[in-house]
Design a protein around this ligand. Structure first.
Ligand SMILES: Nc1ncnc2c1ncn2[C@@H]1O[C@H](COP(=O)(O)OP(=O)(O)O)[C@@H](O)[C@H]1O
Ligand SMILES: [Mg+2]
Length: 273
């Protein structure tokens, strides 16, 4: 992609985050994201993935820099934050669905940002309900529409999360370790689904993961994060053992077995500390 070619959908311009206790979660970071790209942010626990995603969605105010969206500009004022969030869906590690409500009800909450505050309670218009059903159908859960979320399996719950994100009809989808609590086979199925629906709808996806095998399998682009800094940015084919050593080198835990590393294939765990 040449610099004159396509305008990025979203930019981080020197975005840095230091928490009030002094923790430097994200060094000043400049990145551009392009329409339809499926990017995986890869890093160990504590690398800064959640902090970065929360800054992108303006759930967290960065200490420095700005998030700039092609459609709303610099995401600063309340009105712009609202407009930016309406276009940006989020899927969480711990799903953040309403467990006692049906799958359909949860998917409908994805529509709330499209209505004024006064309208922001159910029932929503019929057209929204039809859209929510469609989204459940696309994730293979039409038959579970009226089932309470706390009666669904972990994989089904994350699929409801995908359907809720789709119902929002976003430009951008942020997913923070969406498969971390799933077994490997279910994790791969959920990521396959996520990648497929993003491709179908031209959604720009930024997905954080800690497993390199899943990252290389699903990403168009991998951003490697270590200690709050970008240490790699490129296609999976350009990842080398040295890159992995940098991403998976943990200053604090060096020498102590890291659960994330146990999920790697033996070929890539041969790091030298
Ligand atoms: N609310 C917070 N206050 C202080 N430090 C935090 C807070 N949230 C996260 N951190 C710290 O910021 C760093 C990055 O954390 P995080 O963004 O959660 O990383 P990841 O999602 O990659 O595990 C870690 O050192 C973490 O302990
Ligand atoms: Mg996290």
């Amino acid at each position: 992609m040449t610099s004159t070619a396509v305008q990025p959908l979203l930019r981080l311009e020197g975005v840095g985050l230091i928490y009030p206790d002094g923790t430097r979660a994200l060094e000043e970071t400049t990145l551009a994201f392009y329409r339809g790209q499926f990017t995986v942010v890869l890093g160990l626990s504590g690398a800064g993935k959640t902090s970065m995603l929360r800054c992108i969605n303006a759930l967290q105010q960065p200490t420095s820099g700005a998030i700039v969206s092609a459609s709303v500009g610099s995401v600063e004022s309340k009105a712009r934050i609202r407009a930016h969030r309406r276009r940006t869906a989020m899927i969480f590690q711990h799903h953040q669905l309403l467990p006692r409500f049906s799958a359909l009800h949860n998917v409908l909450t994805g529509r709330l940002g499209h209505h004024s505050t006064l309208r922001s309670f159910l029932p929503l218009p019929k057209v929204d309900i039809e859209l929510a059903y469609d989204c459940l159908e696309r994730v293979g859960l039409a038959d579970k529409a009226l089932t309470r979320v706390d009666n669904l399996s972990g994989g089904q719950i994350q699929r409801v999360g995908v359907a809720r994100a789709l119902a929002q009809q976003p430009d951008t989808l942020l997913a923070d370790e969406p498969v971390a609590s799933l077994d490997p086979s279910t994790a791969a199925k959920v990521l396959t689904l996520l990648q497929r629906v993003c491709r179908e709808d031209g959604i720009t996806a930024i997905v954080s993961l800690h497993q390199v095998e899943l990252a290389t399998r699903f990403a168009d682009r991998i951003i490697g994060l270590a200690h709050g800094a970008v240490v790699f940015d490129g296609p999976p084919s350009e990842i080398t053992q040295r890159t992995l050593d940098t991403i998976y080198y943990d200053r604090q835990l060096s020498g102590i077995p890291d659960p994330a590393l146990e999920l790697l294939e033996p070929a890539v765990t041969g790091r030298t500390l």
